[in-house]
Write a protein that binds this ligand. Structure first.
Ligand code: SF4
Ligand code: ZN
Length: 312
């Protein structure tokens, strides 16, 4: 088999249409598809100030490379980078990201759990018998939103790919929590509250294997290793289940996303009037009376630095 366009050796088979592409054609295909997603869903507009969440992994590094290219060509958007240092010894290394941002004249803001909450993730887990991903995910989401807001961003770009989104849709469905899916999609915005920075996901239609291939072909200096604490067992089961289905029935993951996007407007309409309260401890938005961050911090006996609430 050869590349569909230029008859040279292929590097990948696209699973949605079984087409094979060589390195150059795949890179063009990948970049074009992301540009189309940005355009179709109006992810980026003139004068946007975009905070890009980057961990230094393959997804967010790919996003950083492409959005930087996009920002340099448009000149009317302001892009900067936020990285969260959870404090995971030997895993979260941000030196490469620092060098990349310096070389590309991108502002990089690094926030650590240690500085913001008093303990690193390693220290929190040493002192508390608690599931790592449940606390880590809540703290990271909180920091990304509040710091992007403090820094004046009107959008927060994340490196979620098609596999991540398909897993989240299935997890919410199987757990009977379809309401949570109303905040998914290539761009959020159902919860109209100025304390939430809108999230955009330009890699939304790219499969994990495509992002991995692109990062590899572009020789990005990223690590492909897994976090030593990765213990979200349910997501792991769903990931394996989906990969297995995709192997047996090509196109399953795309079908989930396409069906979901068909019903997303109905979901958003249904939940658009959900009340958003203010946490009685920290005043951040939440659905109950105390937000998940405050609940978790109390459980592990930590406090956070006060938020400088800059509302746009
Ligand atoms: Fe945090 Fe879990 Fe991700 Fe590791 S895998 S960085 S513990 S959320
Ligand atoms: Zn709170």
């Amino acid at each position: 088999m050869t590349c569909k366009n230029c008859k040279t050796n292929p590097v990948i088979t696209l699973t949605n249409n079984n087409v094979q592409l060589c390195k150059d054609c795949f890179i063009k295909y990948f970049e074009k598809k992301i540009a189309k997603t940005i355009e179709k869903y109006t992810l980026i507009e003139k004068n946007d100030k975009i905070a890009l969440a980057c961990s230094g992994g393959k997804d967010s590094f790919t996003l950083l490379y492409l959005l930087n290219k996009f920002a340099n060509s448009k000149k009317t958007i302001n892009l900067f980078v936020i990285a969260i240092d959870e404090g995971i010894h030997g895993y979260r290394e941000l030196e490469i990201l620092k060098d990349y941002c310096k070389e590309n004249k991108l502002q990089l803001h690094i926030y650590s759990y240690k500085e913001e909450f008093g303990d690193s993730l390693d220290e929190i887990l040493k002192k508390n018998p608690i599931r790592s991903c449940s606390i880590c995910g809540v703290l990271r989401r909180f920091l990304l939103n509040s710091k992007a807001r403090e820094l004046g961003a009107n959008k927060l770009a994340t490196g979620h790919n098609l596999d991540d989104e398909a897993q989240s849709i299935l997890m919410n469905t199987f757990k009977g929590n379809i309401k949570r899916s109303a905040i998914l999609g290539p761009i959020t915005g159902i919860l109209k509250d100025e304390r939430f920075v809108r999230r955009i996901k330009p890699l939304y239609f790219m499969l994990e294997k495509e992002v991995k291939t692109y990062a590899f072909l572009k020789n990005f200096p990223v690590k492909f290793s897994e976090c030593p604490y990765s213990n979200d067992a349910y997501r792991g089961e769903i990931r394996d289940f989906l990969n297995d289905l995709e192997n047996k029935h090509l196109g399953t993951k795309h079908a989930i996303i396409n069906s979901f996007l068909d019903i997303l407007p109905i979901l958003r309409e249904k939940y658009k009037n959900e009340t958003i309260n203010s946490c009685s401890i920290c005043s951040e938005p939440c659905s109950g009376s105390i937000c998940n961050v405050c609940k978790l911090l109390e459980k592990v006996n930590l406090k956070r630095k006060p938020i400088q609430s800059k509302i746009l």
